[in-house]
Design a protein around this ligand. Sequence first.
Ligand code: HEC
Ligand code: HEC
Length: 438
Amino acid sequence: MLTSRAMLIAAFAVAAAVIGILAVTINFTPSPPPLELKAAENHTQAKPALPLGVSPQLYAIAVPHSREPTPELIALGEKLFKDKRLSVDNTVACETCHDPAKGFTDHRGNSATSAGVKDQHGQRNAPTVLNAMFQSSQFWDGRSATLEDQAKLPILNPVEMGQKDPEDVVGKVRKIPEYAQAFNAIYGNNGTYDEIASAIAAFERTQYSGNSPFDRFLAGDQQAISDSAKRGWELFQGKGRCSACHAVNTVSPLFSDQKFHNIGIAAHKQDFAALARKALAILKTGDAKQIDELALQTNYSELGRFLVTKNQADIGAFKSETLRNIGVTAPYMHDGSLASLWDVMDHYNKGGVPNPFLDGGMQRLGLSEAEIDDTVAFLFTLTDDRFADFNKTELARQTSLKTNRTQRETDVAEGRKGDLGDIGTNPDLRNPATIGAF
Ligand code: HEC
Ligand code: HEC
């Protein structure tokens, strides 16, 4: 007969196996068929040498063979991505909020959420564009299926680039001779809204990122990361329970299951149930633009994935973001409410903020201060070498914030305070990895 401990271990093993299977069956969205290019046979396609950590399998899904963007299209997309003239008053480009020098985010220290035209702040924090090409959906709530659909929204959002109508944008771009020329050379016309989005997406599909110290460690270089970071990697998969949602394997190296979970980030601000009822009334006529405006300009933002699916289980749920380059993309979470990776760890350590829709995967972790430091050290090894200097500066800056941690509730994390729910009064805080459960 099985002892209860053996049964527990067996149950964990099954769960771990299921997680493993889920991780490899994540559905990623392939890029849509390209718009027709003029004299396609004259365009050579860009076939890149992929860096360590970017899986060829995933790349082949994101950029199917023979759909590699041409260098001309990529150059046009990059120019559009960086051009403030795409906004209504020539002040904001995609790059303003996704700055390549800052890991393709806006890295807003205090004000947390991104600022668009006339210094208006939306409700959400800009995620990185790095590796966005590999995601199964775009935005924190997954409301766009492809990079092409995504690119059309910020240009028209009143608090981002502020254009009224796609035709206004197209009209403006057509009047700029270098664009008229480029669209003509590539598409044989003088530019459409779909082509603008398609060119921007082509540029974004060159922003794959790997080459981190952790990638070198996985490839066998034991010296690539510190002992502290190695302990952190173990905690990440074991006692910290992170890999349940931030799944990673060689085929899917994003540290994300591409699913949506309520981890209690917005829970302290909202009565979710009342807000959801009101949202349902408004959403009756919902289209992509309406959801985009509710998400960025109103308190309904905190409903997260629910605005897209209207499914109760998605209230307050957001996408498990990729953790690649996480060292250089502060502040954290969909609302930018956590300033450092130590604050993030404190949030998880106490099991998130309780609310009726909290994901079952969120539990008190009881990590010690040393274990939190180790996990943070591991997270800082996930940054691409091209941002190595910035990563170092950020590590120093975040370390200096360690003494001021508003999220910290050690007594709650270690089960001495608060409602323990079904965890019981004497939770087993041993590392499941060390007792052979994972
Ligand atoms: C005013 C700041 C701002 C501007 C300008 C802006 N973005 Fe964003 N971007 C954001 C924010 C904030 C989000 C997250 C919004 C959400 O999830 O609801 C986002 C999300 C994204 C995502 C999804 C990434 C992910 O992980 O899901 C991509 C891709 C992206 N933006 C590309 C662009 C492109 C292309 C442009 C220009 C056409 C652009 N952005 C303009 C702030 C901005
Ligand atoms: C139940 C699923 C789940 C678990 C477990 C989980 N995460 Fe997350 N993680 C998420 C979701 C969902 C988000 C985005 C939440 C939001 O913005 O509201 C997120 C966001 C983050 C972010 C911020 C990303 C960004 O770009 O701002 C970091 C860092 C992070 N998680 C690290 C961790 C670590 C470290 C652990 C383990 C201690 C962990 N996560 C465990 C689901 C999870």
